[in-house]
Write a protein that binds this ligand. Structure first.
Ligand SMILES: Nc1ncnc2c1ncn2[C@@H]1O[C@H](COP(=O)(O)OP(=O)(O)OP(=O)(O)O)[C@@H](O)[C@H]1O
Ligand SMILES: [Mg+2]
Length: 328
């Protein structure tokens, strides 16, 4: 198992830590160790992503940082507040968009926000004004008087974001914010998160989409089985793979034998492994690679039916670390 990454890896020096944890852990009743000794630092103004597959411990981590899940070990501070010792105070400095829809379906779009503002101690007037402002921000002003039931999935998600930031929290937490959204709604949400980021909002999000982590996050922590395996900027993580390109080969025949043949015969192929019925090659070069792979495959008596070449992605990093891909 690789050593846990330095919690400050890839971070710009300067901005104060807004989230910090020491040895944060959760073992659920029954003995499932969902999060194991997490040391984490998130600095003011950054978008920090937890990238990992199902069951990695992402929601449990967010749950502990937002007081919903009681840790079984370690410490955590958010906005200078000890979330374990002072959960009620901590709730004032955080905003949460959970993994499931928690809007009040009996209320209109606007009232969901106004009600939330009142709950956080705003006067009726303040809450209405804040609600109107937030509906503009998330492009739902024209839906203010609609029942929540009439919203699409993407709109409901934007309303959850508006509600989470209504009381101007120091940190916005989003658990799988675009899971289940169509590509267009996903882009619309990314735009809104980027605008909030530009305004200095500190954001922690979880995702199992490598492109979401890559596109949105200043720093990405790769999480698996309750631990952080790597942490850095997306660019640095991808560069750390040391590969110039990743080639995927679909072929009929013995892929393990083909792997051996390509490794031995094709200049630039550094590693070959069979993953999900495909052959995955790491290569130190890009030019001239594909024709060489095709002819070496023919010589090995294997018919290639599909071939693709791409730059390393955050998924490459995950596969290098775990031998598995990110999909469920
Ligand atoms: N309330 C609970 N009781 C018992 N075990 C739990 C509970 N919640 C989560 N777990 C277990 O803890 C581990 C981590 O779960 P968690 O929900 O934090 O992962 P995740 O990374 O958010 O996964 P997903 O991508 O599916 O949302 C899993 O093995 C899960 O089954
Ligand atoms: Mg989850």
């Amino acid at each position: 198992m690789p050593a846990a990454p330095d919690p400050n890896a890839g971070s710009r020096p300067g901005p104060p830590a807004i989230i910090s944890t020491r040895g944060l852990s959760k073992t659920y009743p029954g003995g499932i160790r969902a999060v194991i000794g997490l040391d984490m630092v998130v600095r003011a103004g950054e978008i920090y992503g937890l990238l990992g597959p199902n069951g990695a411990g992402k929601s449990t981590t967010i749950g502990m940082l937002t007081t919903r899940v009681m840790p079984t070990g370690g410490q955590a501070e958010v906005g200078g507040v000890d979330v374990i010792a002072r959960p009620a105070v901590a709730k004032q400095v955080i905003g949460v968009v959970p993994q499931t829809n928690t809007l009040d379906r009996a209320m209109t779009v606007r009232d969901n926000l106004v009600f939330h503002g009142r709950y956080f101690g705003m006067s009726g007037r303040e809450a209405k004004q804040a609600a109107a402002e937030m509906l503009e921000r998330v492009r739902l002003a024209d839906r203010a008087t609609m029942p929540v039931l009439a919203l699409s999935g993407g709109m409901a998600q934007r309303l959850m974001v508006a509600r989470a930031i209504l009381h101007r929290p120091q940190v916005l937490f989003l658990d799988e914010p675009t899971a289940g959204l169509d590509p267009q709604s996903r882009l619309a949400l990314w735009d809104i998160l980027e605008e909030l980021h530009a305004d200095g909002q500190t954001i922690l999000l979880t995702t199992h989409h490598m492109d979401e982590a890559d596109q949105l996050c200043d720093r990405v922590a790769i999480m698996d089985h309750g631990r952080l395996l790597a942490l850095d900027t997306p660019t640095a993580l991808k560069r750390s793979t040391g590969a110039a390109s990743i080639v995927r080969v679909t072929a009929d025949g013995d892929l393990h034998r083909l792997a051996g043949a390509l490794r031995a015969e094709v200049d630039g192929v550094e590693d070959a492994q069979v993953l999900d019925g495909q052959l995955r090659l790491r290569a130190s070069r890009t030019t001239g690679l594909l024709p060489r792979i095709v002819s070496a495959s023919e010589r090995a008596g294997v018919v290639v039916s599909d071939l693709s070449i791409a730059e390393p992605t955050l998924e490459t990093v995950f596969i290098d670390l775990t031998g598995r891909d990110l999909r469920e």
